[in-house]
Design a binder for this molecule. Structure first.
Ligand SMILES: Cc1ncc(COP(=O)(O)O)c(C=O)c1O
Length: 389
């Protein structure tokens, strides 16, 4: 048997990683500006994280949700305080897609409605429901198409209102910042408008913070820049710094019933320990504030690059849009020892480093980008000089 071949791969084989650095099987070091799809938050093999998991594994790695688990209670309490949602409830799963799936189920249970409104460019995962609210037909099989979903343009108030007026919409679902679309932001006033409009029509506002959450943008959740309070918030990726874990934060008005939701692995002892250690390291090392400062520095430096169209995003969730496809640029950056991400917009380079990335390391990225952009310009001039017409 061999792996099911569904991923376009960067041709390196990492075997070890520390902080912001990856080492491959040939001993070559890479600076990680992608964090494995925004997953590495407090840094590869962070000592607090490694020690906590090792210790927990020595005691109890797993037991299911059929027994008392004080770690879940401790995590809910800490996460509530650190995120600014102490009165909310926490449901733990194993991935971002599952978090979205369960948030939409809760919105549907609570409102008794079925329809979901979401946005052009949205990516919410690959389970059946999360795929149905993902704006990419290519990913959807016939099995996924029977959900009642409306896609409307981002930041378009009238389009949202016209969907909500019939009062049959269970949830408006929006990413804190759209990641897969190429780092596209809802405006703060649009998020505030959604909060008011959803309340008016009895619709739940669901914020997908799977990619933009857990400190990445300088606040715990990206939507907190707009000072709104959604009914449901989904989390994943940076939450476990590589340990597969996701979660939903649930407004206190949404009441639980036995059997409503469930997951065999969700909230197990190792997962809770991983998330608790992420929170501990993040707070001890001021990583949220660092993400804001380093991200603002990166954004201002990147703005002067040649061939650049736009730099978007907040904190350490940045999209660099060029006037040309970035495929070759990414490959050349990799040759220079820099890992970056792509997006569904072929012209956008996605930057999602661990939150502990430093200003010096950002300078290294800029330096390498300049080298690579010069190479690309030279290539263009040599192969199709403008004076040739
Ligand atoms: C905003 C958002 N939601 C949900 C998901 C799905 O998360 P997972 O791949 O962990 O299921 C992703 C993954 O990229 C995402 O970016």
């Amino acid at each position: 048997m061999k792996p099911f071949d569904v991923y376009p791969l960067q041709k390196i084989t990492p075997v070890k990683a520390t902080g912001t650095r990856l080492l491959d099987d040939k001993g070559v070091e890479y600076l990680d500006f992608y964090g494995g799809h925004a997953v590495i938050s407090v840094g590869h093999s962070h000592p607090v994280y490694v020690e906590a998991i090792q210790k927990q594994l020595d005691n109890l790695g797993f037991y299911s949700n059929s027994v008392l688990n004080p770690l879940q209670i401790e995590l809910a309490e800490r996460l509530g305080i650190i995120s600014g949602y102490p009165d909310y409830q926490l449901f733990l799963v194993n991935s971002g897609s599952e978090a979205v799936e369960n948030a939409l189920r809760l919105a549907s249970f609570h409102t008794g409605r079925k329809k979901v409104v979401t946005f052009h460019g949205a990516f919410h995962g690959r389970t059946s429901g999360s795929l149905a609210v993902t704006d990419n037909r290519k990913y959807r099989s016939a099995f996924n198409v029977d959900h009642e979903v409306a896609f409307v343009p981002l930041n378009d108030r009238e389009a949202v209102t016209s969907q909500l007026e019939a009062r049959d919409v269970a949830a408006v679902l929006i990413e804190g910042i759209q990641g897969m679309a190429g780092v596209v932001e809802p405006s703060d006033d649009f998020l505030q408008f959604l909060e008011t409009e959803c309340a008016k029509h009895g619709t739940m506002l669901v914020l997908d913070e799977v990619q933009s959450g857990f400190g990445r943008t300088g606040k715990f959740f990206a939507h907190q820049h707009a000072a709104i309070r959604p009914q449901l918030i989904t989390m994943g990726k940076g939450m476990g710094n590589g340990f597969p874990v996701g979660g939903v934060m649930i407004h206190p008005d949404i009441r639980p019933e036995m059997g409503m939701l469930g997951a065999t692995f969700g909230g197990n002892h190792l997962a809770c320990t991983a998330v608790l250690s992420v929170l501990k390291a993040m707070i001890a090392e001021n990583m949220m504030q660092q993400a804001e400062i380093t991200g603002a520095y990166a954004k201002s430096k990147l703005a002067s690059l040649q061939g650049l169209k736009e730099v978007r995003g907040r904190g350490l969730m940045l999209g660099i849009e060029f006037a040309f496809p970035v495929k070759q640029l990414r490959k050349l950056l990799l040759d220079e020892g820099i890992l970056t991400g792509n997006s569904s917009n072929p012209n956008v380079l996605r930057i999602l480093p661990p939150l502990c990335i430093t200003i010096d390391e950002v300078d290294m990225l800029i330096e390498k980008l300049e080298v690579v952009l010069n190479k690309i310009t030279m290539d263009i001039l040599e192969n199709s000089p403008p004076w040739r017409g």
